[in-house]
Design a protein around this ligand. Structure first.
Ligand code: ADP
Ligand code: G6P
Length: 457
């Protein structure tokens, strides 16, 4: 372990890089996309897991950030990560879009692993340091850390939705989870509704009476507030201006059939993302003739995610079956209606796709924020393209100029896609310009600054 002490420490389940057979690669997901530039700028330390079970890895430096690996055994991964984090809390916090599974052994492992993260952070934080804990895998860490190190300033940010009280009440050991979060000085959420749910829960379970956005707990004041997360706009704009990326974008369009309208989906393969609903709607639009395979094509890039969890395996099967059905039914030799890539792509490749896409389809059933929607907008310096966006994402609150849809209602999803396809180019430009102005003014640096300012106070 490191003998150094840090005045700013990030604690998250994952480190920004994963260990793979080819060396270190960027970890998947929005948490890492958002936090990586912040940690780099702050010259702090980052406590997290390397993404695979096994050996102890020594602390190391990556892109100016000190990474402090926490070790997880195969059994920890099974119980704490795939079990309690991703089969219990993840589906429940996403409003039960899949049925949460409850197991006692998973809860025990969750507590043990949370303690390991808290201990690691307690060891490396300097006197009076700021420690910023992240996301649903580590709900117990703030209280554990406070107990070990009352001198610290502790912030917590939840990247996913926080469920309504009735849903949270289903969780076994729900009070422990709530007390875990109340160990923080500041608890941040994506949306004000989530902060409201949290305060209501504190009243219901512990009788804490909120005063505005604060409660008194254990002789301290805990603040709960929304801080909608964002992206590194500068990074995306730089990539979008890069001539290699632009050439790649032109090549993609040529390969996909010149003047065919390109619709794009980019997600982790996760049941919260509405990928199935999107593909089904596309199939119906082909079927009723609103879209023809000669004139349009859908590219769906789906990063493999949590593939040992049964619900994710089943989702993969359903998506692949539906893609096969649509391609079989509506395709032609050399012209498939759906190009499905079950792959992770580099940032450059993603931005080339964003630049090539006439329509970006972001249709989650539930999503804390959704950074893909914001990345698409940031990439479109040409002020072209259209965003079809689920109203159940945090991003929808900030982007009223997207074509907003209810992904549970296939007719509404189809209406939104058709409206975006038919929209007047001048209208699309006006919408894109307003969305770009909002994103430019609300990038991830502002998000972090606002959170840390509020925590510092
Ligand atoms: P989540 O955090 O749930 O995965 P977000 O949309 O908030 O969803 O963030 C996803 C992040 O992962 C974005 O930064 C996006 O660019 C990246 N990403 C998504 N799909 C892929 C992919 N197929 N290859 C590489 N990166 C991806
Ligand atoms: C979401 C979660 C993150 C998580 C990411 C990728 O963004 O909020 O905490 O890291 O998905 O998921 P994974 O399970 O691969 O870490």
């Amino acid at each position: 372990m490191d003998s150094r002490r840090y005045s700013f420490v990030v604690v998250a389940n994952r480190l920004p890089v994963d260990r793979t057979d080819d060396g270190w690669t960027r970890s998947p997901g929005g948490l890492v996309s958002a936090l990586e530039p912040i940690a780099r700028g702050a010259h702090g330390a980052w406590v997290g897991w390397i993404g695979v079970p096994g050996d102890d890895v020594e602390p190391f430096e990556h892109d100016g950030v000190r990474l402090l690996p926490v070790q997880l055994s195969a059994e920890d991964v099974d119980r704490y990560y795939e079990g309690q984090s991703n089969s219990t809390i993840w589906p429940l916090f996403h409003h039960g879009v899949e049925t949460p599974v409850h197991r006692r052994a998973w809860r025990v492992a969750y507590e043990e692993v949370n303690r390991r993260f808290a201990d690691a952070a307690a060891r490396v934080a300097a006197e009076g340091a700021t420690v910023w804990v992240h996301d649903y895998q580590l709900l117990l860490v703030p209280a554990m850390l406070r107990e070990a190190r009352p001198d610290l300033r502790i912030g917590f940010f939840l990247h996913i939705p926080f469920p309504p009280v009735e849903l949270f009440m289903q969780l076994p050991r729900r009070v422990d989870l709530l007390r875990g979060l109340l160990g923080a000085d500041l608890v941040g959420f994506q949306q004000s509704l989530a902060a409201h749910n949290f305060l209501q829960l504190s009243a219901r379970l512990l009788g804490l009476q909120p005063e505005g956005e604060q409660v008194r707990y254990d002789g301290r004041t805990v603040t709960a507030r929304a801080f909608p997360i964002s992206i590194d706009v500068g990074e995306i704009e730089k990539l979008a201006a890069d001539h290699t990326v632009r050439a790649e974008s032109r090549r993609l369009r040529r390969e996909l059939g010149g003047d065919r309208t390109l619709l794009l989906g980019v997600d982790r393969l996760d049941y919260t993302k509405g990928i199935e609903q999107r593909i089904e709607a596309y199939g119906e639009l082909l079927d009723d003739g609103t879209i023809s395979n000669r004139e349009a094509v859908l590219v769906q890039v789906a990063t493999p995610s949590r593939m040992r969890v049964a619900q994710y395996q089943q989702l993969r099967e359903r998506v692949e079956r539906e893609v096969g059905r649509i391609n079989g039914e509506f395709g032609d030799v050399g012209k498939a209606p759906v190009h499905y890539l079950f792959q992770s792509r580099t940032r450059e490749e993603l931005v080339a796709l964003y630049l090539a896409a006439d329509l970006m389809l972001v249709t989650p059933l539930r999503d804390g924020m959704n950074l893909v929607a914001k990345e698409y907008v940031a990439a479109r310096s040409d002020e072209r393209g259209a965003l079809v966006l689920s109203e159940f994402t945090g991003a929808a609150e900030e982007l009223p100029d997207a074509f907003q849809v209810n992904p549970y209602d296939t007719d509404d999803l189809e209406r939104g896609i058709a409206a975006a396809l038919r929209a007047d180019p001048a209208d699309l430009t006006a919408r894109m310009r307003r969305m770009r102005a909002h994103i430019a003014d609300h990038d991830v640096n502002r998000w972090a600054q606002e959170f840390l300012d509020a925590l510092g106070r």
